[in-house]
Design a protein around this ligand. Sequence first.
Ligand code: SF4
Length: 504
Amino acid sequence: MEGRDPVSDEVRKALSAQPLWTGEYFNEGTDDREWFDKLREECGVFGVWNHPEASSLCYYGLHALQHRGQESAGICTSHEREFQYHRGMGLVKEVFDQARLDQLPGSAAIAHVRYSTAGESKLANAQPLVFKYRDGDLGIATNGNIVNAPEIRKELEAGGSIFQTTSDTEVVAHLVARSKAPTLVEAVKESLAKLNGAFAFLFMTNDKLIAALDPHGLRPFVIGKLGDAWVFSSETCAFDAVGAEYLRDVRPGELLVFDEHGVTEDRFVEEGQQRAICSMEYIYFARPDSDIDSVNIHSARKRMGKRLAMESFVDADVVTGVPDSSISAAIGFAEQTGIPYELGLIKNRYTGRTFIQPSQELREQGVKMKLSAVRKVVEGKRVLMIDDSIVRGTTSRRIVNLLREAGAVEVHVRITSPPFQNPCFYGIDTPTRGELIASSKSVEEIRQLINADSLHFLSKDGLLDSIGRGDAAMSRGFCTACFDNKYPTLSEEKLQTLTGCGGC
Ligand code: SF4
């Protein structure tokens, strides 16, 4: 694990033992969506090459990636050059059991968990998608969003292609199928070079597995080893879950081909594009026990908390973090200031899927299913509350009010990201710019709206310093478009067509 942040095995284990992280807020009924006005990750991918229990490894890998998508799950295996696959709506544990896994033999597999942003939420869009092409079967699993998919789809339809799903992934399958390139690998390279956006792809044929990352490396994607087997994942936490060793991150624009001859490192675009990994992965999406570009997420969030303390100290009696993603930052803030860290907010982890939602009247009377303030901790106290972002502002206001109702005398809010002002086109489900509170309101106006005594957002410099800018050799770079409107792949013109304005 050379080069990873120094997190002890003990801490790593404790972190991985936590139930699902950020994603468990969602997909549990309308109450959640209303209560937790949060951003959503789109998908997680996992793959295995050359292991006799590939589907079981995928099951555990997907389980570790469940926070990246809870609407559907799927595994496709290749056994004696035949594909077997199963996909279903729901959580990994609901879609798969031992009997299902027994029906998925093979030493190669690709797997997927999904929360949809492009394409509706329905079984036909659940991945991996499986196609027949001229030389056999083709399975595809992807994380991200292809910005120019609608244009390519139109062109393909004009040329006679018929689509079965609304998913971007099918667009890529059609590009591959229609390519005149002499080999499948060349067809995949040619197809990927036409895409604009953020994508981590796993392709599987009857005798090959191909992993590829977009030219800017916007989405996280890592490679590991487990004995003689190769494993691929959106996050390293899935490697820890299956006992695999992290080797490295897939490089921007890289294409890795695994077959009976071993591994071939290739590219589908020339080198030289700046890495632009999504900075929100560090702030909110990724699990704290994962590493991206050798930076541990928990450690980066702790540094964000420390930096917030330096940028915007205010005296308080307790520091608390909104569970789960802001706990690491709250610990960092407390360490920096000496103000004690306390569990002032508790999430109810065991609500599961809740079909009976409290009526508006009951909600107004204080029926809360997801989050509670700990009265004995906050009563009579000045509370410093850390959260990762403010989207529409409704969640922040609710949480501040929870703390006040429990007796907090002051509530100061610190946010571990700069103001979230612009929508994401790279696979994160965000409201329109008009719905993002920071796009039209000043910090002071937001403070008043969320009913806080003070409010401060981490500066962009503070954020990037906390993650670690790295050195030139690592060529680490970040997408910060939702904070600064600088989209790594979009021209002004394209941005205007996507937003209806120039991002003004
Ligand atoms: Fe991540 Fe924001 Fe860039 Fe989207 S726009 S990829 S959420 S940093």
